[in-house]
Design a protein around this ligand. Sequence first.
Ligand SMILES: [Ca+2]
Length: 504
Amino acid sequence: MTAPLLTRRAVLAAAPAILRGAQARRPNILFAISDDQSYAHTSATGDRIVKTPAFDRVAAQGVLFRQAYSLSPGCAPSRAGLLTGRYPWQIEEAGTHASLFPRKFSVYPEILQQNGYFVGLTGKGAGPCNFKEAGWPHNPAGPSFDAVKLAGIGKAMSSNDYAGNFQAFLQARPKDQPFCFWYGGTEPHRGYVKGSGRKSGKRIEDVVVPPFLPDTGEIRSDILDYYLEIEHFDRHLGRMLDELEKRGELDNTIVIATADNGMSFPGAKATMYDYGIHLPLAAMWKAQAKGGRTCTDLVSFADFAPTFLEAAGVARPTPMVGRSLLNILRSTRSGAIDPERTRIFSGRERHSHARFDNLSYPARAMREGNFLYVWNMKPGRWPAGDPEQYADIDGAPSKDWMMAHRADPKVQPLFEHGFGKRPEEQLFDVAKDPGCLRNLASDPTHAATRQSMRSTLEAALRQHNDPRLTGNPDIWERYPRYSPMRPELGGFAEQGKYNTKYGK
Ligand SMILES: [Ca+2]
């Protein structure tokens, strides 16, 4: 008896992923990640001064995510987490700032490259981290494309024209190959040109100061400078979208526009507060995702890698913990779309060299319902770094102003919020208190929420095999640091590698 003829669908289902993908025209991927931008600071999320037409376009033609959370409030762990689709406490040195990025971890750009994608980046990829010593041929986010270098104009020169570099990347791409591109602008990371926002014509009177910062002219002006940097990043994204449209490739490109961690101001970046980890996120895929929608589900940056792999028809490595966002993109609904997305986790270890002997400030957090629960695991340490440097807060006019005016009774509570020690447990109702100024952890009316969130968080971390809970908590203090250290905090440099007595 002869076997029945296979249907075309069955043949495709049995074919390797590449063949199936070719049939379905596998999507391109453009991942745009700004550096240090909080959720509130796009036009689409309600800011009235900053102008982000490109981000808004992605949101209007796709989905605006209202509750997207990074895996960490700092560059390196946030980026390494989203590249691997894993929590920072699952990726060893890559989960902390300016250490190694172990070669053994799978990252989505490399997996896509191995499955027929043309991969590249411009700007800041994974990092800051030492990927070379760990054996990577290039940044884990992809090989760098630089229009100036490609044109052979000069080896020592490089182009910060991100959109121009994207064009050069597209021109270098072999015909009919799908691409995966990482646009990692270094904006709005500090430093800013002081007063540049005002000079551009923006008015300090119009600024809405976040609730955890003092409302002064200096800080308003600093915020305007930050806005100008966001707009620079957004302009290049706009040019990239136009280029794809011109080439007829925008429809089948998944575009994600987001940031790596929150704004570089006291009480935001490098903290587990909402302005540190709650980030702008818009995603479009015109060919498959109905536009003009918003999503209020809690989504994690661990979800990006599984999304890209599923869209490309590539199997994901088993250790990835995130969940693909394709069910949300392909839905036609708005609001709460996926009932299983009930909580997210985030955390931090070391950021800059901010404490004596390069000690970390370990903290973990969970969002659930309207609440953000923060577990500060070493409450005796200084969260923003040892006084008087408070080096986990980047140098900034706002930082200088708050330090100089901390004795002012109106400034003092905000100074404590950004610079002072924190209790082991913090609980915030972020729907009512997005600035995270009212800790409800010892409020009896919220005792059940606090207890339930703490035990859920602890159980999850144990399941994730977080060394802080599973027998090797001090491993985080021993990872080498590859960025400059402060001698007055016990650091020293040796052959370009920086460490303390804990390292080797
Ligand atoms: Ca950053």
